[in-house]
Design a protein around this ligand. Structure first.
Ligand code: SF4
Length: 215
């Protein structure tokens, strides 16, 4: 086994541990060797006419899912479409909460069974918690942490700090790469969500992918 194969096997073992725990907690959880396999699986579960919304996610953008949804026979609530005003975007975010399907990623996933997310206006954490009948989360292997403390650390100091840099925010994390729990008007961390159980069972479907994806 070469180094590349060993790294993949290391992550496969960690993902398998997470899948075992999340299934016990009511989630649907599956393993995919590649992102393209996970995306094909997701599209195979859709039905023509499904109303589909999404939460802000670099992973979802990276996988080209929005493009495929907009070209398909779906009612795709695309808040990122060019030309929407901020108020129109907000309206689409609210409509997303009553969609059939919601897609996103997670800022961090604790192997001991917790999804940790930090959100600016709350649409993503609201969609995860309540609303759409089926939730699909595309989870790159880089999102896994050993426990919830590390997951919260990752959500703040990796995902949020990197997003602040990406968005050009005037926040301390964008300058230092570390969260300062700031009071900046540009702060992007307003809602912290920890989901440990899925109710009703199977509503949240975790697609674990043995690739590094997203922030
Ligand atoms: S709370 Fe402030 S400093 Fe911390 S990650 Fe969020 S925006 Fe950055």
């Amino acid at each position: 086994m070469n180094a590349h194969q060993a790294i993949n096997e290391y992550h496969r073992i960690r993902i398998a541990r997470a899948i075992e725990v999340f299934k016990l907690q009511g989630f649907s959880a599956e393993y995919f060797e590649s992102a393209s396999e996970a995306v094909d699986h997701f599209f195979s579960e859709l039905t023509a006419g499904d109303v589909i919304g999404y939460g802000g996610s670099d992973t979802v953008s990276q996988l080209g899912i929005r493009q495929r949804l907009s070209e398909g026979d779906f009612n795709f609530l695309d808040r990122g479409k060019f030309g929407h005003s901020y108020d129109e975007q907000l309206d689409i975010r609210r409509k997303t909460l009553s969609a059939d399907v919601f897609i996103a990623s997670s800022n961090a996933v604790s192997i001991d069974g917790a999804l940790v997310n930090i959100d600016g206006d709350g649409n993503r954490v609201a969609g995860l918690s309540l609303g759409p009948h089926r939730v699909y989360l595309f989870l790159g292997r880089n999102k896994l942490t050993e426990n919830m403390d590390r997951a919260i650390y990752r959500a703040r100091n990796v995902a949020s700090a990197t997003l602040a840099i990406q968005l050009g925010k005037d926040t301390p994390c964008a300058k230092t790469g570390v969260c300062h729990d700031c009071a900046s008007p540009d702060r992007i961390c307003n809602n912290l969500s920890i989901i440990e159980r899925c109710n009703p069972a199977g509503r949240i479907r975790l697609l674990f992918i043995n690739e590094d994806l997203g922030l």
